[in-house]
Design a protein around this ligand. Structure first.
Ligand SMILES: [Zn+2]
Length: 280
């Protein structure tokens, strides 16, 4: 289950509430060889020693990335973008067998992090944060976050007009004009906006831009309100309640609006499900 902006925000807010002020007593890493080989975790695990004795100052998120800031100048950067589980464990609770990182706090509570697909678990000093690719990408104040007040229709509309690329690369990935959207949210959003996955941003008329803007706001806000997507589990193991209107869950289904069979298209290095009649 991918962790996109809504789920990262839900987890970061819950972590901020539960972990603030807690001191890190110890940590455990397991089954990390594959993660290290492909750069998903620090090659030199001694970096994790620097977390010990640090106290959690705050936990925040932007885009798909979670930052756990400690009072000793260190940060734990979590980016379980393509799939991950982050759980909090009260004292005396059974810890799941499968995890990549377990952080033990001095009050005998614990946090476990497991990546189930591509993602990141990294440790950085405050002064080195910019070395983190995902931190640079998602905490960059020059790139709009679609849940912030600065994300106005006027600004978004201008960014679209200046972009002669397909919507996918304008909304998702390293060159996107907003942070926090992945392929999953993209399919849901353009279906609701009635736009074909291969449309170019600069060619949208004002009404289409408005529909796209409204769909982005709607999907993100509703996903946050319903505790994330329906395959997501929050910090306390509670399941999310948001079902995307379009995506792999609609494979071989009729479009709920017009009944046309849903089709699959390869766009920008990923598959996009869409309705060939409603999305033009
Ligand atoms: Zn349709």
């Amino acid at each position: 289950m991918s962790i996109e902006l809504p789920e990262a925000k839900i987890l970061a807010e819950q972590m901020n509430k539960e972990l603030r002020g807690k001191s890190i007593k110890n940590y455990h890493l397991q089954d990390i060889e594959r993660l290290q080989r492909i750069g998903m975790m620090d090659k030199n695990t001694k970096s994790f020693n620097q977390l010990v004795d640090g106290e959690v100052e705050f936990v925040t998120s932007r885009g798909n990335v979670i930052r756990v800031k400690l009072n000793n100048g260190m940060n734990l950067i979590l980016g379980p973008e393509y799939g991950g589980e982050i759980f909090y464990h009260k004292r005396g609770k059974t810890i799941p067998k499968k995890f990549h990182l377990k952080v033990d706090f001095s009050d005998d509570t614990a946090l476990t992090v497991r990546l189930t697909s591509m993602g990141l678990i990294h440790v950085y000093k405050d002064s080195d944060l910019e070395r983190s690719y995902v931190y640079r990408r998602d905490f960059n104040p020059d790139v709009l976050s679609p849940i912030d007040e600065e994300f106005t229709f006027e600004r978004f509309s201008k960014l679209l007009a200046d972009n002669n690329r397909m919507l996918k690369s304008v909304l998702v990935g390293k060159d996107a004009v907003v942070v926090g959207l992945s392929n999953s949210a993209f399919q849901d959003i353009i279906y609701r906006a009635g736009l074909h996955p291969k449309r170019k941003a600069s060619e949208l008329n004002r009404d289409e831009k408005r529909a796209l803007y409204d769909a982005i706001r709607f999907v993100l806000q509703k996903r946050i309100r319903l505790n994330g997507k329906d395959q997501f589990y929050d910090l306390h193991g509670n399941q999310g309640g948001y079902t995307p209107a379009m995506g792999p869950n609609m494979k071989q289904q009729p479009c709920p609006t017009c009944g046309t069979p849903i089709e699959k298209l390869s766009v920008g290095g990923g598959h996009v499900y869409f309705c060939p009649k409603c999305q033009v």
